[in-house]
Design a protein. Structure first.
Ligand SMILES: Cc1cn([C@H]2C[C@H](O)[C@@H](COP(=O)(O)OP(=O)(O)O[C@H]3O[C@H](C)C(=O)[C@H](O)[C@H]3O)O2)c(=O)[nH]c1=O
Length: 343
């Protein structure tokens, strides 16, 4: 297999971090460059096991800074970019939308500009089903790749904007690309601000779990490993310019999820606390991943297996999420790939 250079942005975060591990282990002949700004949701302790590998490199840098990105791309001439780096928490986007526009929109445009100069083989833009807006509770309705974009939150609007920029660079400059739109991910190393890790960590510390509104909102849950295998497949087999939805065939209401976790951990439903609803809270997301299935993808995890494995992981890695909650890992990185500015 020919040696390839793959830039993974956001590789210190949850999904990007799982993808870095997946690629470093699966493809010894690929050099994996993890580029991350190490914001509040990024930590490198998750990569201690691979930091001495020959095919893993780390770059601490800001994707929205063209003065760093352009020379970096000019020098390294990556074969592929897999772009995860993003502000991703909907609640934060409601209180502070500006940083979402800077990272998700401007950051993507800077990466596209840097990519178009170097004859990149492919730019994989990792996006979200939230760009399609919301569905009602009719179980026969699904998002497909042709569903019009109708983002509701500042977060999803920033992701939809970045999707359109990727499309524009494909249409205007011929930059090879795929856009992937995933449903809600869960699994090891998810930052404990999102529903599943928040529920697990609260219950393990005997704190109440806040449920927004009536808890009937529905999400489609996908194990992060299955998301990684989907991106791997799309990277190698995806048709140029195509969009692929990645879903878990697994719709559950928030209340169902929380009660399931409570049952597994042996906690009473008295730990549920109904709190005021999220502003503009999307009712339901559901994906039809048929187009991806045609490429040969199917998820390996059932939700029952995945949630069990995830809860076990949080039980066995209490130190990690407690450290995260206490802000202990902010400055941890031991193998830094020096950016161009430093030579
Ligand atoms: C944190 C929290 C959430 N919720 C509700 C709100 C949602 O209906 C559901 C999941 O919320 P969460 O913030 O975990 O995820 P989403 O807002 O669905 O968005 C997530 O999945 C998509 C695909 C992305 O693209 C986002 O980046 C990702 O954050 O639980 C609660 O009821 N209580 C809570 O404390």
């Amino acid at each position: 297999m020919a040696r390839k250079k793959i830039l993974v942005t956001g590789g210190a975060g949850f999904i990007g971090g799982n993808f870095v591990q997946y690629m470093v282990n699966k493809y010894p002949a690929y050099d994996i460059y993890n580029l991350d700004l190490l914001t509040y949701a990024g930590d490198l302790t998750k990569h201690r096991n691979i930091e001495s590998r020959d095919n893993y490199f780390f770059i601490k840098a800001d994707i929205a800074d063209p003065d760093t990105m352009i020379p970096l791309f000019d020098k390294e001439r990556f074969d592929y970019v897999v772009h995860f780096a993003a502000e991703s928490h909907v609640d934060r986007s409601i209180t502070d939308p500006g940083v979402f526009v800077r990272t998700n929109v401007l950051g993507t445009q800077v990466l596209l500009e840097a990519s178009k100069r170097i004859g990149l083989s492919k730019f994989i833009h990792v996006s979200t089903d939230e760009v399609y807006g919301e569905l009602d509770f009719d179980p026969n309705t699904f998002f497909t790749e042709d569903t019009p974009l109708q983002p509701n939150s500042p977060y999803s609007a920033s992701k939809a904007s970045s999707d359109l920029l990727v499309r524009a660079y494909y249409e205007t400059y011929g930059l090879p690309m795929n856009i992937t739109r995933c449903s809600n991910n869960y699994g090891p190393y998810q930052f404990p601000e999102k529903l599943i890790p928040l529920t697990i960590s609260r219950l393990l510390t005997n704190e109440k779990v806040p449920i927004y509104g009536d808890g009937k909102n529905i999400r489609d849950w996908l194990h992060v490993s299955d998301h990684c295998s989907a991106i791997d497949l799309i990277l190698h087999e995806g048709g140029n310019g195509e969009i692929y939805n990645v879903g878990g065939y697994n719709e559950l209401s928030n209340l169902e999820i929380v009660k399931m976790i409570m049952a597994i951990l042996g906690k009473s439903e008295g730990f549920i606390e109904f709190v005021p609803d999220r502003l503009g809270h999307d009712k339901r997301y559901a994906i039809n991943p048929a187009k991806l299935a045609e490429l040969g993808w199917k998820p390996a995890y059932t939700f029952e297996n995945g949630i069990g494995q995830t809860i076990l992981w949080y039980l066995e890695n209490k130190q990690w999420w407690e450290g995260i909650l206490n802000g202990e890992y902010e400055h941890y990185f031991s193998k830094q790939y020096v950016s161009l500015k430093n030579g």
